[in-house]
Design a protein around this ligand. Structure first.
Ligand code: ZN
Length: 62
């Protein structure tokens, strides 16, 4: 089976263990790294003033 090297953690993964959106762009990021990147990136990408539109605003105490 063909494997791909995750660009984040450097481990080898089969296609079904990679994020399909990135895969379509020929970027190979494994599912667990995607979860991590989403957690890290969300605050940076979306400033607080539009945060209220997100489904997890309850967690943030807004
Ligand atoms: Zn990874």
């Amino acid at each position: 089976m063909k494997t791909y090297t995750c660009q984040e953690c450097g481990s080898e993964f089969a296609k079904d263990q990679l994020d399909s959106d990135y895969f379509a762009d020929k970027e190979y990021i494994c599912i667990s790294c995607i979860d991590f990147l989403m957690e890290c990136g969300r605050d940076a990408v979306y400033p607080d003033h539009i945060y209220d539109s997100f489904s997890d605003w309850d967690e943030r105490g807004h």
